[in-house]
Design a protein around this ligand. Sequence first.
Ligand SMILES: [Zn+2]
Length: 327
Amino acid sequence: MAYKSDVIEQAKNILKKRAQKAQYDLEDRQELAYEKCPELLEIKKKLALSGIAVARIMLEGGDPQDRVEKIAKENLALQARRKELLAQNGFPEDYLKPKFFCDKCEDTGFVDGKICECHRKLLRQISFEKISEISAIKTSRFDNFDLSYYPDEPDAKTGVSPRRRMREILNYCKCYADDFSAKSDSIFMYGATGLGKTHLSLAIAAKAIEKGYDVIYSSAPNLLSKLENEKFGRNPDSVGTEEAILDCDLLIIDDLGAEFSTQFTVSAIYNIINTRITYHKPVIISTNLTSQELEAKYSERITSRIIGCYTDLLFLGKDVRQIMNLE
Ligand SMILES: [Zn+2]
């Protein structure tokens, strides 16, 4: 899974801090223990010296077995004495051992060259924190998607009950999120404003992130202005936006068509859609435009790619936000 480099860097820093904390805490405990019982410090020194002695014996060659065995025996005796002293002084048995955040990888982030579960969790958390800057992700869940806002009576134009349609769409999105993989299909959500497209795409995003996938969520205007600024060097701090957009496991473009349309935006959108189709990487697009409006705004080239390759979901109903008096 391709996490963005700043996410990887942040995780690395946290792992480093955890390892440092384990070391500092150990040093604090050592100080306390050695002050209370200086013999413990003697034992520590003797154990360290025996390690050096073993290394020297191995270097000297010959038949080291007897000498190494003797040292091993002495070490065991020292360890037993340490255990005794710790107990006598009221310290727990593991008092002088480092306490790692993760015992599996000892806070290195890797076990046998493979990324440790704690590290993976960290990457997920960080990328979630980034996306959760969009505050709506916390409140947009499947379980609070309220079908009662959608009329049960058939829609005059389509003859379909909006509630029934939205129930199907909700179920589809739930299954999509449950089965999500980096090779999932792409989804095209369209219909009038305020019908829950953002809610459901964020609910999918949260589930995909929970599963450890790298998700980018952005409104079309934000995404395109970020790309444009980067392209024309207007924001020197911003790098890798295009790579991240083309490469992430799930890209969600909200409100396509709300951006100010230029030659740049049209070709950028085509490039994103086309590249991600070529590499079988899922995209969720939502728009308030009809397919005719979309075609007028972009080109037949783009709309035919979307219509041909995406699963389209037509949202029906009355503007939920108006019903709820939110806007
Ligand atoms: Zn670990």
